[in-house]
Design a protein around this ligand. Structure first.
Ligand code: SIN
Ligand code: CO
Length: 379
């Protein structure tokens, strides 16, 4: 993506300007971010998704002033009547189930793939909302259908109401208010307080981000590094020829502590081990994702990644769906192009090595990529 090209999606800002001025810093309201926006998911399709076991969905309702939260799946008949006011259905990860929604999300790839999470759709009847709250991640709120009134504020006091199943701010102090129409979009940085209330039936798309927490990341990486350490061919036992007789047998020897530290340092110091573990972790498919294995039939005109596939790279590796490959030279260039564009043209494939072609064809067999028509989009 050309990061210096002004985008109507960002109200005429270039991605570069947006990231510098707004990302993590301040909200941005964009009228007609997507002009003439036609929501790619019908209400009935959204309800059908909410009925599926593998799809994460929630229902938020205010019943006689009290907040109620239920988790899906929801059979159609278990949802409140359309005529009933003040309920919201939230369906997470719609980009994994719908190609058009996945395509819509691609417009936000001026942010690294490693930070993009999913697209959530919320459907609400008149007066519906999830209450004043803040989120830990950045979000783009794209109005897809109907109108929603947003009130937002910088909010210092982030204390929450007690005794309710939702995170609702105890003392919300809105500073600004906007009514969003279809195609309008509101960007909010992390921890910015907001409350969106449907004015009539409404649908909002939230483009959400993910951001690993330090402790969770350390845990994930250490698990992977420990697997590598278990494969270490050089078996080295702790030896203590100089151990003296002890009168306090309960005390752990200092030299054993030193050995433990050296063992950990060795695991961390393996060349590229950490980079590899990070790439594998970041491209790991979500737990509810599975791919439909399919024969590629051997013939590929062009190829595109399946919408569920996560592909990234670093200076030495290519990562796809939790697997890593060392890549260098021409093949690395090709694989990086696939990760960036999620597509390789016939021209690209014609230049690929046999090894690269074989790998791509295995990914097609696994359902991670699909042969497709050639649409030479790249120079
Ligand atoms: C909604 O779309 O109803 C809620 C989204 C949010 O506030 O994060
Ligand atoms: Co929110």
């Amino acid at each position: 993506m050309d990061t210096q090209q002004p985008l109507s999606l960002l109200g005429g800002l270039t991605p570069e300007q947006f990231m510098r001025r707004h990302w993590h810093k301040k909200p941005l309201l964009v009228r007609q971010a997507i002009p003439n926006f036609k929501p790619p998911v019908l209400r009935s399709e959204m309800f059908a998704l909410a009925a599926e076991e593998a799809v994460e969905s929630r229902l938020v309702q205010q019943v006689k002033g009290a907040w109620k939260l239920r988790h899906g799946p929801f059979a159609r008949r278990s949802l409140p009547a359309m005529t009933q006011r003040e309920w919201t259905l939230l369906v997470q990860g719609v980009d994994l189930h719908n190609d058009a929604v996945h395509q819509l999300m691609q417009q936000f790839r001026f942010v690294p793939e490693a930070r993009l999470d999913d697209l959530m759709i919320s459907y609400a009847t008149d007066g519906g909302g999830v209450g004043p709250h803040f989120d830990s991640y950045d979000v783009f709120l794209l109005q897809a259908h109907g109108r929603r009134r947003w009130r937002i504020g910088r909010q210092k006091d982030l204390s929450l109401k007690d005794g309710i199943p939702l995170k609702i701010l105890a003392d919300f102090e809105p500073e600004e208010e906007f009514v969003l129409e279809p195609g309008d979009m509101l960007y909010l940085p992390p921890r910015y307080a907001h409350d969106g209330i449907a004015e009539g039936e409404c649908m909002t798309y939230s483009i959400g981000f993910r951001s690993p927490a330090r402790a969770e990341l350390a845990q994930e990486l250490l698990v992977r590094l420990s697997e590598d350490a278990a494969d270490d061919e050089q078996v080295q036992m702790y030896r203590d020829p100089k151990q003296e007789a002890v009168s306090e047998p309960g005390a752990i020897p200092a030299s054993l502590q030193g050995f433990a530290q050296a063992a950990l340092q060795r695991a961390l110091a393996q060349p590229l081990a950490l980079e590899r573990a990070l790439g594998e972790y970041l491209t790991e498919p979500k737990p509810n994702v599975w791919f439909d294995a399919q024969g590629s039939g051997g013939m590929m005109e062009a190829v595109r990644l399946d919408r569920r596939t996560r592909m990234m790279y670093d200076a030495h590796h290519v990562f796809i769906n939790g697997e890593s490959y060392r890549a260098a030279g021409k093949d690395a260039t090709l694989m990086r192009r696939l990760a960036n564009q999620r597509y390789l043209s016939a021209k690209d494939l014609a230049r690929a090595s046999d090894d690269a072609l074989e790998l791509i064809s295995t990914w097609c067999d696994d359902g991670w990529a699909q042969p497709c028509a050639d649409i030479d989009l790249a120079p």
